[in-house]
Design a binder for this molecule. Sequence first.
Ligand code: SF4
Length: 415
Amino acid sequence: MPEEKKVVIKRLASAATIGNFMRDYYFELDEAMKAGDPKIAWCTSVGPAEILRAFGFKVYFPETHSAMLGATRMATDFIPEANALGYSPDICSYLTADIGAFLRGATPLEKVYGIKSIPKPDVLVFNTNQCRDVQDWFEWYGKKFDAPVLGVNTYRGVDEVTDSHIGSIAKQMEALVPPLEKIAGKKFDMNEFKRVVKLSRDCSLIWKKILDCASAKPSPLTFFDGTTLMGPAVVGRGTQKALDVYEELLAELQDRIKNKEGVLESEKYRIYWDGMPVWGRLSVHAKLFAALEANVLASTYCNSWIFSALDPEDPFNSMARAYTELFIVRSDEAKEAYIKKMLDFFKIDGVIYHDAKTCPNNSNCRYGMPQRLESITGIPSLTINGDLNDLRLVSDEQTKTNVEAFIEQLEEKRG
Ligand code: SF4
């Protein structure tokens, strides 16, 4: 058995700045709802946020709200409410927890910030690049609030992203403009759009630099930190404020690297995480790995908000490319090539695949990928069964036993 060490996970000072960013973001939405101005658009997490911001909408992301339901361990209680409406316990537990919470009149925003309700939408805009569930989710709320629902339907399982994919998606994005002009009550301003796309691109670049810091040995951050630090990249892309907080975070991480200061006291094993986090177990999992001197330091998940293709000089086409080149949209072959590159870059000893029961879209272990990658790279992997939000699908004992045995395997491999 690898020896369990005292757990020291060094907190980042800039995490507090990011916490304040998220608090302000939700307060601004609440104020906008109460004042009826600016108007509010709901957007999927990898939806066309830049177009919405260019119109001056305050943009709300229900997935981030549902992740809060998970992280506060409220989600599981609400899921049966949505099941009773006919939404299966096997579909996205972001959707079922979020709709269930709404039906019960509950939100973690109240517990965390004292905000009584989620912001009412003037329009809801989805992109199915991640899954079909977001469309169903938004359509339910569209009916509930009597608000228009617009969307982009993206190809899935894309191997090489071609001009024909880009042309079709860019056209769908441009087609959002006329109905949004009616809802916003103003003309679309191309210069403002380009400005927002540039800010979004810059946010994406700095977020990439932040995540790339984990390639240092020892790594100055963990994947579990990343899941909360990524808030501004999700809800704030396209704003100057997101860039400002990330400048501070990047400087702190670079200082740590300069001083060879790892986030863990001891980093013997470097682990890559594929798939969603288990939101209600972030701290438990962080401690479990840290106690085994294993740092889960990079992931497919946090990297999903890197949109390198964004180009303010060609905003619609580059948005179409950026939101189609995403990991979750791609074929297994393209995903495997990407993960292989990441395993080299982050100098990884082992891979964890999270098989999230209610999200097949973010679970990449079901069609032989771990075995194929292991045979090419020689890097061992472990699949853990669980879920993003539904804690009834998580077995803490089994996870602990399997992770301990996996780290032992890594130790034996080193000899
Ligand atoms: S990608 Fe998965 S977790 Fe995200 S909304 Fe779709 S089904 Fe839910």
